[in-house]
Write a protein that binds this ligand. Sequence first.
Ligand code: 5GP
Length: 202
Amino acid sequence: MKREGLILILSAPSGAGKTSLCRELFKIFPDMKESVSYTTRAPRVGEVEGEAYHFVSRAEFECMVTEDAFAEWAVVHGNMYGTALRTLEEARKNGIDLVLDIDCQGAQRLKEQFDGGVYVFILPPSMGELRRRLEHRSTDALEVIERRIARAAEEIKEARWYDYLIINDNFAVACQELASIVTAHRLKTFRMMEKVGKLFDI
Ligand code: 5GP
């Protein structure tokens, strides 16, 4: 029985600390891989094709939509983002544990269409703290920060249908909680049987 890869979906409003948590997760589980999405947004300085994203034109993206190549896709801040179905199927088949950093709309579509993913939503400890973090870290105009906060308030309403919720108040605790979720799903019997079968010849 071949081990089935874990598909971990992470969503969070901007400022909840998802990027830092992801970074820690990859330190704890170096064999986990980040899913590489397709996007129509232009690469930022230092972004390399095929690492953070596959950068494609709008026409190429729309062609993939027509061909049903996406497991989910969504428009985020005016750009199109999507996860290729092939990326998920290959990871799962090859026993690779994959992390998807996708927005709530995309996560919801995926949950409707794709069986077996584990959905985690990361929350800030309060709206006041979220505001403080966004103001502190950002050089953005106040108007942009206000828009992010309004969007965050909408996204937080989506938390209810995720499988797990992590409140990122204390970063070390939040890391531990995220790692615990991954560990529990890695220890599921159907994921362990390949190894146990070889160890004990059953
Ligand atoms: P950025 O352009 O800053 O890298 O990402 C912007 C947003 O797009 C983030 O909230 C991220 O979660 C979301 N995103 C990245 N890849 C995908 C994807 O494949 N599908 C969806 N639905 N959202 C994505």
